[in-house]
Design a protein. Structure first.
Length: 199
């Protein structure tokens, strides 16, 4: 899967809750929700509507697939919306319990991005510990994510700079604190690494 050559805005002059009483969106926002590769898929020409919510993973994950985001620019991301909800560039799909592929960001430009706005990596929900999903313990896909950044560019006077190449991994207490050249970012529930040996 690839997402290429886009400008994605985190905040704008348009209010989340218009004063005229129109549609009001108070939820957390995310520019990119992790891709998943699933074993069960829809037919090439489906004859029935997809189930809702549309973003829900529709099958068990499998150990295949890759995701690339190339030459995208993320603009005006603060860590919170004007109503106080999370506002991040990267989030984990809330139904991705089994496996999330390695995701590579190439030649990404970060323009006016807040220090904590790069990611929010959730922990596996306790609700995943059930007979239909992961039996007696929550599945661990959110704890095993890896995001590669290569050729990253920053706007003038950036609020942070991790360099051109870096990695983001989950706050996995069993391994993340022990990896070389990885620093905890509590507000992202993640670690930022400078470690080419992660896979």
């Amino acid at each position: 899967m690839e997402i290429n050559d886009n400008k994605i805005y985190g905040d704008s002059i348009l209010p989340d809750c218009p004063k005229n009483g129109g549609f009001c969106h108070r939820l957390s926002k995310c520019a990119y929700t992790t891709s998943v590769m699933v074993m069960t898929t829809r037919s090439l020409h489906p004859t029935t509507p997809s189930g809702k919510p549309y973003h829900k993973a529709g099958g068990y994950g499998h150990w295949n697939g890759q995701a690339f985001l190339k030459r995208n620019e993320f603009i005006n991301f603060d860590s919170k919306t004007n109503l106080g909800a999370k506002n991040r560039i990267i989030c984990i799909l809330g139904s991705a319990s089994d496996w999330i592929p390695i995701i590579t960001f190439e030649n990404t430009k970060l323009t006016n991005v807040g220090t904590d706005a790069l990611a929010w990596l959730m922990h596996p929900p306790r609700g995943w510990a059930n007979p239909k999903d992961c039996v007696e313990f929550p599945c661990t896909a959110p704890l095993n994510v890896l995001f590669y950044f290569k050729g990253t560019q920053y706007s003038a006077n950036p609020k942070f700079n991790y360099g051109s190449s870096f990695e983001i991994i989950a706050n996995n207490v069993g391994i993340s604190p022990y990896l070389k050249n990885c620093e905890k970012q509590a507000a992202m529930n993640a670690y930022i690494c400078k470690n080419d040996n992660l896979a």
